[in-house]
Design a protein around this ligand. Structure first.
Ligand code: ZN
Length: 65
């Protein structure tokens, strides 16, 4: 029984059980996952850019006060 539990993984996208060694149940999920990762990376980059802008503004404002 314990062996059976070890012998499968779950699709990272839809969490369905997938064969051993497979991270996704099909190519659709793989594609969706990759798009999600890409979107997340872009989002993180935007957040970082905004943080830098806010810090620069904060420093500018503080230096004028
Ligand atoms: Zn899936």
């Amino acid at each position: 029984m314990a062996e059976k539990l070890v012998q499968h993984r779950h699709c990272q996208m839809c969490l369905k059980a997938t064969p051993l060694g497979e991270e996704f149940c099909n190519d659709d999920c793989k594609e969706k996952w990759n798009q999600l990762i890409k979107a997340n990376k872009k989002k993180n980059l935007m957040v970082m850019v905004w943080m830098v802008i806010v810090v620069i503004f904060a420093v500018l404002i503080l230096s004028f006060v």
